[in-house]
Design a protein around this ligand. Structure first.
Ligand SMILES: [Zn+2]
Length: 581
């Protein structure tokens, strides 16, 4: 209104936490208010016309290179940014949420709050689109139009020397107007830039995609049929081999190398797409923290779920004979109420540096149907009992049938475990939900401050054998290919091998196992260790922060010790390191 023209704007600004002027009459000077520190929103008319372009800084790479030390600013609601903060912490990229000063930033990222006036000295910006009015209004300033399309798309992204990650998105934004495409996969634009500006727009609402992904993936939903069978204890009527054969007849699970490669990086692909969008938008290298200690390109653990009495009494010995030969320390997940346990077997494993983890009590698939109190009791008791039998601290839990839910994970944390290892990266068939399932990552995952998830990143032997009909030789061949894929991504190979008679705990197949163990043990780039050592490293890595100048510090404020400083590995990503296919 005209009467507002001569207000004491200094005073107005001092009363506002985020000074914003909404000018419905176009009576104020945008530049003047912008320079005064207001966010100026002009809703009366379209102020930017074709050709003139909004006020944004020119792209000048040499100037930007001097700003390498500055952190990324996230502007918007902190809650909305939680998944992006997760990605920043995963790669260890220095960032600040809603900093008071947006000057000299490597990149400024906006989500759901979009500025309507851009300053000349503003650094490169990346906008994550959203289905908000603000976003629609915002892009018209650049004469750009957006169309939101619900469309499932399969994307491919590789890193230098890595095999491509395949992942999906469920919707995208199609932009038109004065734009150039900076990155596209399968001819689908993923990142665009407004011509002659440093304004970059993601074509995917990555925050929505990642939240949807976690909502759908963390909680396994047992089907009515599964509950019915579980209620009648049907799983204990059939021997497992027969049960698996029936399963193969009635399910249409597609066990193929392509299928595993197409699903194991669903989350990783989204994370790396965001990293790529940041690096390409900023046009400067980004320093990230290596996933493993210097010298190790990838990590691996060999774990065994001992589901049968035979596996415990015979299978352990057979597989350990091979592992001992190569100095391998493996992990053995044992159910405490399923068959008679012998202390000496557990103590021998512990004395040889192996790890013992809990595999629940009875292996009957009912864990997912229990309430938190019942779960907690089982998880605590099995941890204590195994700890007493092995005179060791039991740090890991693996749920029978790889069942997982938020309630189970919460109980695992409360029961005092350091890590859970019940989520597969991807599994073609899950008996509980009668479909495929997986968390889509080949890296450890921080579930909470006190709990690390170590996903089972290679498919289980019984799936491949009984659902896929693969021979032991073919299983090891497929594992080797998947191992090479994970290695190329500097990921984590977490293998489940059952020492049971109908699986790989059989004299006839141990020679293949020996070849496989040798492959890991003989690889100087592999950190072959126990799951708890991986979880401990990951917990420590989570405590490390990389400062904007590229120095490592602990988030507690403590100085990082020399030994750790020597061990950490900084990796730099340049725009050309991302290969979209
Ligand atoms: Zn099991």
């Amino acid at each position: 209104m005209p009467e507002f023209r001569d207000l004491d704007f200094e005073l107005v600004k001092s009363k506002m936490r985020n000074p914003i002027i909404t000018d419905s009459k176009n009576m104020l000077d945008a530049k003047e208010f912008n320079d005064e520190g207001f966010l100026y929103i002009n809703i009366g008319k379209r102020v930017q016309l074709q050709g003139s372009g909004p006020e944004v800084a020119d792209v000048n790479l040499s100037e930007k290179n001097e700003e390498l030390g500055y952190s990324v600013a996230l502007v918007g609601d902190k809650v909305n940014f939680s998944h992006i903060i997760g990605i920043m912490k995963f790669f260890k990229i220095p960032f600040e949420v809603n900093p008071s000063d947006l000057k000299r930033r490597k990149l400024i990222i906006f989500y759901r709050q979009y500025p309507h006036v851009l300053k000349k000295d503003l650094n490169p910006v990346l906008y994550i689109p959203s289905q908000t009015k603000e976003f629609r209004v915002f892009i018209t300033r650049f004469n750009v139009r957006a169309q939101y399309v619900r469309q499932w798309a399969r994307l491919k992204l590789g890193l230098r020397n890595s095999l491509p990650m395949i992942f999906h998105i469920s919707s995208l934004y199609r932009f038109s107007g004065p734009i150039e495409v900076l990155a596209a996969s399968t001819s689908m634009p993923l990142l665009i830039r407004v011509l002659r500006t440093n304004v970059n727009l993601l074509c995917v609402d990555l925050i929505e995609e990642i939240s949807k992904f976690f909502n759908e993936r963390l909680n396994l939903k047992p089907t009515t049929f599964f509950k019915f069978c579980s209620h009648l204890r049907l799983s204990s009527i059939f021997p497992r081999g027969l049960g698996n054969k029936i399963l193969r007849q009635v399910t249409h699970a597609s066990i193929s190398l392509d299928n595993y490669i197409s699903h194991m990086n669903l989350l990783d692909g989204l994370r790396y797409l965001f990293l790529a969008a940041m690096v390409i938008s900023a046009q400067v290298p980004f320093r990230t923290l290596g996933f493993w200690k210097k010298g190790s390109r990838y990590a691996a653990t060999i774990t065994h779920d001992v589901d049968t009495k035979y596996g415990f009494n015979v299978g352990i010995g057979l597989l350990r004979d091979i592992e001992r030969k190569y100095g391998v320390r493996s992990a053995w997940n044992i159910p405490v109420g399923h068959y008679l346990l012998k202390r000496e077997v557990i103590r021998t494993l512990v004395s040889e540096g192996c790890e013992v983890g809990s595999h629940g009590t009875r292996h009957n698939g009912q864990l997912i149907l229990l309430d938190e109190d019942e779960l907690l009791k089982i998880l605590r008791n099995s941890r204590l009992l195994l700890g007493q039998m092995g005179r060791c601290k039991v740090k890991g839990f693996r749920s029978p049938l790889l069942q997982h839910s938020n309630i189970i994970l919460e109980a695992v944390k409360k029961a005092g475990y350091l890590y859970d290892s019940s989520l597969p990266a991807w599994e073609a068939y899950c008996r509980t939900s009668e479909g495929s399932h997986g968390i889509g990552t080949v890296y450890p995952l921080n579930i909470s401050e006190d709990l690390v998830e170590l996903p089972a990143t290679l498919p289980q032997d019984h799936q491949l054998m009984y659902l896929g009909g693969l021979s032991p030789k073919e299983i090891f061949k497929l594992w080797k290919i998947l191992k090479d894929h994970i290695k190329s991504l500097h990921g984590f190979c977490n293998i489940i091998i059952h020492p049971d008679k109908d699986l790989l705990g059989h004299e006839d197949v141990v020679s293949y196992y020996e070849e496989f163990v040798e492959e890991f043990a003989g690889d100087p780039h592999c950190w072959l260790t126990t799951p708890s050592e991986v979880a401990e490293w990951w917990a420590l890595r989570s405590e490390i922060e990389v400062t904007p100048k590229g120095k490592c510090v602990l988030s507690s404020g403590e100085e990082i010790n020399n030994e750790l400083e020597e061990a950490v590995d900084l990796i730099e990503y340049k725009p050309s390191d991302f290969v979209f296919k």
